[in-house]
Structure formats: C-alpha cells, structure tokens
Design a protein around this ligand. Structure first.
Ligand SMILES: Cc1ncc(COP(=O)(O)O)c(C=O)c1O
Length: 452
C-alpha cells in the first residue's frame, strides 16, 4: 500500500471522507492523492494529469474550477458567507430554485444529499402519520442515515426496530410495489426512488433506454412506470418522493420529473446543483413542506432541517451562477450530445474487438453506464478493475462515466476514445488468455460489504 494510502487510513476511517473515494474502490495504479482539478482534468502529487470521468462523485456538471462559478462563490464568501439572519443570496437562491423545479412550491437547502432525503422521509412520516418506508432496491444509495443503511448489508449499529421500518421494491416492476402496498396495508408513509439510472422508466412494454442523443420517448404525455407509481401513491395516501441527486440538472434543467411529466409530493437534489460546491435541497408541495414552519395556529412543527451552514452564501451564489451558466451555454443539451458521442463510439470500439456482450455502455446518453462482463457473461469486478486500470495507464480516470460540459472538447474525446481502444485490446486478451497476467493489483471492492 502506498504511503499516502497508509496516512489516509491512519487519520480517516475508510481512508477517505466518502467510502467510494477509498483506496479499495480503485485499481492499484489509480492516483493515490490529488492536488487539483481544472476543466475535466485532475492532477496528482507527481504532477501527472489525467482526464477525469468521476467528476467529484458526479457533483461537477460543468468542469472543475470554472472561473465564472468560482467567482460567484468568492463573492458570497466576501459578503460574509454565513450571517446571523437570512441573506439576500439565500432568498434569491430559493426563488431561482422554485422557478427551475416547476412543481415545487417550497425548498429547504442543506449541505449534502443524505440529510435532504432523510428530511423528505421525516416529513412524509409526519404528514401521513404512518411509519413504513418503501425504497427502491435497484438504486444503490439514498442516505447515510439509519432508515436507509439499515436496509443494506452494512446494518451494524442500527437497532432492529428501525430496520424493520424500511422495505424494498423493484424498479420497473409495478407488481413488486403493489405487493408491498398490500403487505403493509395502511402503514406506508412514502415510496422513495430515483427517477432513472441506467434504466429509464418502462414505457408501454419498452425498458432500457432509446439510446439517442436526446430522449426520444414522449414520457411527458404518455403513460409509463413512474406515472403508475405516482398514481398508486396518490390512491393509497403514500407520499411519492423522487431522489434527483443524480438525475437533477442532468436529465433536464427541471429535473427528470420534468422530462417524465411527474408531480412528486417531495423531491431531493444535490450533487451537480452548484458545480461541486456543497448545496443540497429538499423541495415539494406547500402543504407538506409547510409542516417545517410554525406559521399556522395549532399546527405542530416538524423539525425538518436546521443546519448552521445550510445557507452559506458562497455555495448558494455558486448555485445561482450554475443555473445561469447551464442556461446560457446549453449545458444539458451539450452533455447529452457529448455522452452520446462517447458512448456510441465506445460501443463501436467494443464491437471492433468482438466484445459487444462483454463490455458495453447502456443508459441515457447524459449519464452512460459501462458494464464489464466475463466469459460467462456475468458482471465481474476483476474485469472492471482491469478496464479502469488500463484506462488510467492511458491517461483517463474512468471509474464510472459522469459527463461534464468540458468533456465536449474534441481533444478530450479523442484521447478518451484512444484510451478505450487500447484498454479494450487488453480486455480482449484477458478474456482469451486469463485475467491474472494482466491485472496488476487486487480487484476493486464494493462499498456495500461487511468485511474486508
Ligand atoms: C441517489 C442519491 N441519493 C442521495 C445521495 C447522498 O448524497 P450525499 O453524498 O451528498 O449525502 C447520493 C450520493 O451518492 C445518491 O447517489
């Protein structure tokens, strides 16, 4: 283990402040520690530059250290950053948010997604006076809080009584949700899911993605899986919560809820809201969100969210500027196009090596997902490690693909595709001759595991 990894593990449990940044989730040749990021490049302690597709765990939608946005953040900082009463910036950010996420009447900002999703769940329990939470099993993460972590394999430290209150259902399988609604009868407070990941909502009998440079299905007007979920929730007095941490400011400026024609009771945002600055949000219908106030007579308050740093002016001003930048530069449309160019070219390269069944990209072009399969066509972490290792060797850090505006640069795209070409050449050899001789370190490990 490198010296930096040892130091990181000595001072920080897990070796990073996010488990998915830890040394065990990257191949041995990944940069151990980083100095800075600029555009879509990152630089390590040896001054080695890499093109990055991790993009700050998907929090950077435009590019690292984007001048206009950084300057907006500095302006907020120079005005005092965190004052004793609400600031003008705080009010402006809230107005801007509500104008952008059209179905939301009110918003409360926080610093990270987990607390915003937990706040939505708490509101749902208070509003419906019911206890059970149904969360989608296909979506890997909603919050670091007990209601979610207790429903994963790493439930150590969470009381059984809490674990029993969260159950799961499957995405794009409406029968799975119906059966859980039947099981818990009138006890379900909310259904929580992401609008989409590599799977778009089932549309008539179509699943998966239409694989175009813009979504070609008329989800807005027609019926689909998420509208069915919404209707089931409405009929059963269950709150419909959409977690837009990843889809927000990526699928559509108004969130995936706008693209899919939905009207969630509550939704949550974070990640790319402020191009890497720490801002998250829980938003939704007035009658529910207002439970967090004490303005109505005899209405008991819900302790919705209250954080010392929730309204920091630097990040909120960065959020305001990010929205302006996205609109002015057509960032969403550009990211869809760039993602389409990259993913369709990668699929062609995979075809060139006869690997279409072993290595392919799926999911919407704005957020492509790559799959690494072995000779038995099973997802395989060793082959995933090999691909990421080879990409690093060729100058690209691609632990997953998070498209940002600055990826559109022709040289970046060409260098990325060249790295993919070389990496798939080795991938093919490893399939034919055994992976051991090509893998230079241990396979990466999943975050959700109990033991080393
Ligand atoms: C869908 C989803 N919800 C919530 C979260 C939690 O966000 P944060 O890491 O900002 O707490 C994540 C983080 O990866 C996420 O992907």
């Amino acid at each position: 283990m490198s010296n930096f990894n040892k130091q990181l593990l000595k001072y920080i449990p897990g070796g990073a402040h996010t488990y998915s940044r830890g040394h065990d989730t990257f191949p041995k040749n990944a940069p151990q520690i980083l100095k800075y990021g600029k555009g879509v490049k990152i630089c390590d302690h040896k001054k080695k530059e890499l093109i990055d597709f991790g993009m700050g765990l998907r929090s950077v939608n435009i590019g690292y250290s984007e001048t206009e946005i950084d300057e907006a953040a500095f302006k907020g900082i120079k005005q005092g950053n965190n004052l004793t009463r609400p600031s003008f910036i705080e009010l402006e950010a809230a107005k801007k948010f509500i104008k952008t996420i059209k179905k939301a009447d009110m918003v409360k900002f926080g610093k990270n997604g987990s607390i915003s999703v937990t706040a939505a769940v708490k509101l749902a329990r208070a509003y419906t006076k019911k206890k059970i939470i149904l969360r989608c099993s296909n979506h890997p993460f909603f919050s670091f809080d007990d209601w979610f972590i207790g429903s994963t394999v790493i439930s150590r430290g969470i009381p059984n009584d809490i674990m029993k209150l969260t159950d799961t259902f499957e995405y794009n399988n409406i029968e799975s949700l119906k059966s859980k609604i039947k099981k818990y009868k009138n006890q379900i407070a909310c259904v929580v899911l992401e609008p989409a990941t590599d799977q778009c909502p089932k549309y008539y009998d179509k699943t998966g993605c239409c694989n175009q440079s813009r979504c070609e299905r008329n989800y807005y007007k027609n019926s689909h899986y998420l509208k069915e979920v919404q209707q089931l929730c409405n009929e059963n007095n269950i709150l419909f919560i959409l977690d837009e941490m990843i889809t927000g400011f990526r699928w559509h400026l108004g969130g995936a809820q706008e693209l899919y024609g939905l009207n969630p009771d509550l939704s949550t945002f974070g990640k790319a809201m402020a191009n890497g600055f720490s801002v998250s949000a829980v938003c939704g219908k007035k009658e529910i969100m207002e439970l967090g106030s004490v303005v109505k007579k005899n209405q008991e308050r819900v302790f919705l969210l209250s954080t010392t740093h929730g309204a920091e002016m630097g990040p909120l001003n960065a959020f305001i500027k990010t929205i302006d930048f996205i609109k002015k530069n057509k960032v969403i449309e550009t990211n869809w196009k760039t993602g389409f160019e990259i993913s369709s070219s990668i699929n062609l390269l995979s075809k060139k090596y006869g690997l279409s069944k072993n290595f392919y990209i799926s999911g919407p072009a704005c957020s492509p997902v790559f799959s690494c399969l072995d000779n038995n066509l099973k997802n395989n972490l060793s082959f995933r490690t090999l691909f990421v290792q080879e990409m690093i060797k060729n100058g690209v850090l691609m632990p997953w693909i998070s498209i940002a505006y600055r990826h559109k640069n022709k040289k970046i795209i060409s260098k990325t595709l060249d790295a993919v070409d070389r990496s798939l050449f080795i991938y093919n050899k490893a399939l034919n001759h055994g992976i051991k001789r090509y893998l230079k370190g241990p396979p990466i490990k999943p975050v959700f595991r109990k033991y080393n």
